[in-house]
Design a protein around this ligand. Structure first.
Ligand SMILES: [Zn+2]
Length: 132
């Protein structure tokens, strides 16, 4: 068992093309021996956003704090603390902070084979392994 506090986990800047003001803490990962899923905690600064991207695996997201929108393609859904979001495989999605405080959320993903990493949309121009 692992019991710990999120603020003790290193916060890493998300460097994927198209990401602005995003950081991530990998709370639970395969390095912990978790066989199937990773739990990540994201923080998006005001006016920041994740890349608009898609990938062949799902996201399971729970919003902890702040206010923003999640884009499902070009459709915006307002989100705030207590909301949860299921991003289906291959759905184009993006998280944007529209508030004045950090938008923080948990995002669970399966461990991902190297050939199925996230693909940014053309506006983001390249793929990266920085954001899964
Ligand atoms: Zn994604």
């Amino acid at each position: 068992m692992k019991v710990d506090r999120s603020e003790k986990v290193d916060s890493q800047s998300v460097k994927m093309e198209g990401a602005t003001g995003c950081s991530v803490r990998w709370l639970i990962n395969d390095t912990d021996g978790a066989p199937n899923f990773a739990m990540r905690q994201f923080a998006v600064e005001p006016d920041g956003h994740t890349p608009k991207h898609s990938h062949p695996y799902e996201h399971e997201v729970y919003v902890l704090s702040g206010n923003g929108v999640v884009l499902e393609g070009d459709q915006e859904h307002p989100i705030g603390a207590g909301d949860f979001i299921y991003v289906r495989p291959d759905e184009i999605h993006q998280f944007r902070n529209t508030g004045t405080a950090p938008l923080t959320f948990l995002c669970m993903v399966p461990h991902i084979p190297k050939d199925t990493r996230a693909q940014a949309l053309p506006e983001c121009e390249q793929t990266s392994s920085e954001l899964k």
